[in-house]
Design a protein around this ligand. Structure first.
Ligand SMILES: NC(=O)c1ccc[n+]([C@@H]2O[C@H](COP(=O)([O-])OP(=O)(O)OC[C@H]3O[C@@H](n4cnc5c(N)ncnc54)[C@H](O)[C@@H]3O)[C@@H](O)[C@H]2O)c1
Length: 363
């Protein structure tokens, strides 16, 4: 067959570059649905990943986001040791003004058309009630509340994994995984951040917090005695550990000049503005970067047990505990292969997909 070349940046060009299996464009005129579902890789199992609702500037941004996020889910699910592939969906629209029952049910029909190849869940801009509408049209929905037979809020499990990844990083940096007396800044005290602050204060770490939501700040500082700092000041603090638990891309050229910490370990997705450039910059500056997609995988581990219909919170916590050893393993790999820690985590994830993929053809 003759080779067709695809222009870089074109739709097919991007799909080919990231090796996506399938991309579905969903349009329903009546409900106003405009969505994209990206199935990146199903070697380990059905592609799982949440649906994001966002007012993208243009469709190229939406496509770029869904392709990048779905690839990220492949890596996260693999390194977490669960039998799920990577997928993601985006709905283009304003989550405050464009939601309707018809829109989410229409989206549910598209999810259903993939017959279980993609399993959706909540992400930014989507709430439980939206997912209930999606669930009226398809059974391929996860992350449901406990009252509906689901696993409930995954944030405490996510925070536990982040805490263990942080402890493994401390072991690497200081020879002991104790966080007692360590100064830790937590950026964003939402669902995950608050649980993390609780664990840190229980271990007698000194905790600094920032948030753009004054109520959350007040509540968390009063409850746990954490010191409130200005949202921009967080990058200049003299701390041992910085935990990004709000936004992505906070590890960038600007912040890397300001950060004084030994360790970056937090929950936020896509913390590195540029995966290669900024992971290498951390390495050069002797900052131990605990890869986000590994240490924040507690949430998807929680969802996994719901998907395989054997949900049990203790089991989700027990599985999440493995993050500690995996984090130490990848630090060792990074050192041995003289690569940055992000790359080491990617290699571990890809190797599992390769090994299991090979197994699938054995019989
Ligand atoms: N919830 C989970 O189980 C889970 C799992 C994996 C990854 N994550 C990621 O972890 C991060 C936190 O998730 P969450 O569920 O706690 O979200 P959340 O929305 O509950 O909390 C985020 C908090 O960050 C604050 N924030 C926003 N901009 C900020 C800024 N510039 N400076 C300081 N604070 C700011 C918000 O006000 C909010 O309180 C997100 O990036 C999310 O994608 C969450």
């Amino acid at each position: 067959m003759s080779e067709t070349t695809f222009q870089e940046g074109s739709v097919f060009g991007q799909v080919v570059k990231n090796e996506h299996e399938q991309v579905v464009f969903c349009y329903d005129k009546a409900s106003g649905l405009k969505a994209i579902i990206a199935v990146h890789n199903t070697v380990l199992g059905p592609a799982a990943g949440g649906t994001r609702m966002w007012m993208y500037k243009n469709e190229a941004d939406a496509l770029n986001d869904v392709l990048r996020l779905s690839r990220g889910m492949t890596l996260k699910n693999s390194v977490a040791g669960i039998n799920l592939g990577g997928g993601k969906a985006v709905i283009i629209g304003n989550s405050r003004t464009d939601k309707s029952e018809a829109l989410f049910r229409s989206f549910g029909k598209y999810v259903n058309s993939l017959a279980g190849k993609y399993i959706t869940a909540e992400d930014v801009g989507i709430g439980t009630s939206d997912m209930e509408y999606v669930g009226m049209e398809t059974e391929h929905v996860s992350g449901l509340p406990e009252s509906m037979g689901g696993g409930g809020d995954p944030s405490p499990v996510t925070a536990y994994g982040v805490y263990l990844g942080m402890k493994a990083s401390a072991k690497k940096a200081y020879g002991s995984d104790s966080l007692t007396g360590k100064k830790v800044s937590v950026q964003g005290v939402g669902h995950v951040g608050e649980h993390l602050v609780e664990r840190l204060t229980n271990e007698n770490a000194t905790v600094y917090i920032s948030d753009i939501n004054e109520d959350s700040l007040k509540q968390v500082s009063e409850k746990f005695g954490a010191t409130v700092v200005n949202k921009d000041e967080i990058y200049d603090l003299d701390v041992d550990i910085y935990a990004p638990c709000a936004l992505g891309a906070t590890i960038n050229n600007d912040t890397l000049q300001r950060l004084k910490c030994d360790i970056v370990a937090g929950a936020a997705n896509n913390q590195l503005r540029d995966e290669t450039v900024h992971a290498n910059a951390c390495k050069d500056k002797n900052i131990i970067y605990a890869p986000d997609f590994l240490i924040n995988s507690g949430g998807i581990i929680n969802v996994y047990y719901e998907i395989i219909k054997s949900y049990n919170r203790d089991r989700a916590f027990a599985h999440t505990e493995k993050i500690y050893d995996t984090t130490l393993e990848l630090f060792k790999k990074a050192e041995e292969e003289n690569i940055n820690t992000h790359e080491a985590a990617v290699r571990i994830a890809l190797k599992r997909i390769e090994d299991v993929g090979r197994l699938k053809t054995t019989f």
